[in-house]
Design a binder for this molecule. Structure first.
Ligand code: ZN
Length: 174
């Protein structure tokens, strides 16, 4: 079963995407309310602003860059509010978090199974689909394999991909 990448297909995407026409702030707020309520969370303006911004297009933002972007939009939020709400939204499964090139936390509104290839030089992040091994998604395969080999219980499988874009004209070797 191949993993699909559909940015904004779930969760936060519903908040600012298909559910409400763009520019319809009232409809969008109601929609975000529903998404938050479905996860047992209270609506707040910072939560709406964070989810809406993250769902606009594939974004991988640090708390600081998200804070800057929201301030530029005229949102009256503090950095600590952004941090606090990012944590809440991750715990609720509306955002996921992974590690950037400097070890910083980056947040992603796509919670579909996918991984991240990070450029060592620029910090650029590319979404990559997860391959399957013998029909099993890679993380589940690694978990089962390592548990068999060690007798331990594996709680978490993290794949860390670092690289750089291939220069134009450079041909991939097979
Ligand atoms: Zn991503």
């Amino acid at each position: 079963m191949a993993a699909r990448i559909e940015h904004g297909a779930v969760s936060a995407g519903d908040a600012a995407g298909a559910g409400a026409p763009r520019g319809d702030a009232t409809g969008r707020a109601a929609c975000v309310r529903d998404v938050l309520r479905a996860r047992g969370l209270r609506y707040s303006r910072p939560r709406e602003a964070i989810l809406a911004y993250m769902a606009e297009r594939p974004r991988h933002e640090s708390a600081e860059s998200l804070y800057q972007a929201l301030r530029e939009r005229g949102e009256d939020v503090s950095l600590s509010t952004v941090y606090l709400n990012l944590g809440v939204l991750v715990d609720a499964g509306l955002l996921r978090v992974f590690e950037g090139v400097q070890g910083e936390s980056l947040y992603d509104a796509s919670v579909e199974p996918h991984d991240h290839l990070v450029c060592r030089e620029t910090g650029e992040v590319v979404d990559v689909p997860l391959p399957s091994v013998e029909g099993v998604p890679l993380p589940a395969f690694v978990k089962a394999y390592v548990e068999r080999a060690t007798g331990w219980v594996v709680d978490e499988v993290r794949l860390s991909l670092r690289g750089r874009p291939r220069p134009h004209g450079e041909v991939a070797e097979d």
